[in-house]
Design a protein around this ligand. Structure first.
Ligand code: CP3
Length: 326
């Protein structure tokens, strides 16, 4: 249950009522509670820490809010070289201590039998939110900066990576078992452009994250055309959306990486029987991979019927015992 997933559960909506999203993120007890809610209800063998990829944007000096019906808003936007230089370098132990504390509380309840996944946004996705100031369909300003002012763009990417490295290190210290990097918007670029403008920054982040000794998972939404480039970053695991078949991914990447994925979350709007059949299909399809972490190819949608979510996890966890190596 990851990527804005928890909010499909009534117990999440109950805790969220009367509070802003960022208030939840800043409160270690509440974020630990929200992290554990899906585990308590369904019994998965791994938890994704409750936080958001935009937390470092806030720590770098921007205001971040999640606005109902609009999505994330980052203010003021970062559009010029001066704006880029005005960003803070933050000290994770001090400025995001709430995250380490939440992870400690989650670990205390999970024990060593279940894994905890820490994460951050990839530099292009974070840069897009900072430059556009909000979600965007075409990333005009971001791509405009990338091609029109490549030095300013590269400096922004560099500053995001400089700040993301100690942020991931903090999460590794706080007992994350794996670190995931989310490039939600990277798929908007063709492979040559991604390799030229994005790859060096993601590869630096992946390498530093691997320096913690934890496995690194790289997700690029809509990134089926980027699988080889993603593997070249050195990531241990490629997280796939549902548009890529396991067969294609295995043929192209071989055993260089394990995979995470990749059920289409809209399948959960069908019936319990169809959901179970499709889950089994996904799990079976990765049988020949170097390794496989089951999840959905994107976040579960907030309006997903609970009955189908329950059927989904029953099927996923049919043969899983926490602590046993699968
Ligand atoms: O699911 C979880 O609780 C795990 C923690 C997590 C969240 N966001 C919590 C969250 C993770 C791993 C993320 C990642 C994230 N955040 C991404 C990358 C993954 C992806 O989906 O591509 C992105 C792009 C974001 C930015 C973001 N934050 C968006 C687009 C939204 C949804 C806004 C909307 O109105 O639809 C958020 C908010 C958010 N992050 C929620 C949660 C639980 C929902 C907040 C709420 O309304 O209560």
């Amino acid at each position: 249950m990851m990527r804005q997933a928890g909010r499909s559960l009534p117990e999440y909506r109950e805790i969220r009522a009367g509070r802003s999203f960022m208030e939840l993120v800043h409160d270690p007890k509440l974020s630990a509670e929200v992290t554990l809610q899906p585990i308590r209800r369904f019994g998965m063998d791994a938890a994704v820490i409750f936080c958001d990829i935009l937390v470092p944007a806030e720590a770098m000096g921007r205001s971040v809010s999640i606005v109902e019906g609009t999505g994330p808003i980052v203010e003021p936007p970062v559009r010029t070289r001066d704006d880029v230089e005005s960003l803070n370098d933050f000290v994770p132990e001090r400025d995001t201590a709430f995250l380490a504390e939440a992870m400690g509380l989650v670990r205390a309840e999970l024990g060593d039998e279940r894994a905890m996944i820490g994460f951050c946004g990839a530099p292009f996705t974070l840069a897009s939110y900072m430059v556009e100031g909000r979600s965007s369909r075409n990333y005009e300003r971001t791509k405009g900066m990338m091609l029109g002012e490549p030095e300013t763009f590269a400096r922004l990417m560099e500053r995001i990576v400089d700040n993301s490295i100690p942020y991931l290190e903090l999460q590794a210290e706080a007992s994350a078992d794996a670190l995931q990097i989310f490039d939600s918007w990277g798929g908007a670029l063709d492979e040559a452009t991604w390799r030229t403008f994005i790859f060096p920054h993601v590869a630096r982040l992946v390498e530093a994250a691997k320096g913690t000794g934890k496995p690194v998972i790289l997700y690029v939404n809509n990134g089926g055309h980027l699988l080889e480039a993603m593997a070249d970053t050195g990531a241990d695991v490629l997280s796939l959306d549902w548009r890529v078949t396991a067969k294609d991914a295995i043929a192209r990447v071989g055993d260089r990486c394990a995979f995470q994925g990749n059920l289409d979350p809209t399948i959960l709007f069908s019936t319990p029987a169809v959901v179970k059949r499709e889950v089994r299909h996904v799990i079976d399809s990765f049988a020949g991979a170097a390794g496989h972490i089951y999840n959905m190819g994107s976040g579960i949608l907030p309006t997903t019927p609970l009955e189908n979510t329950t059927a989904h996890w029953e099927e996923v966890l049919r043969d899983v015992t926490p602590g046993a190596s699968a």
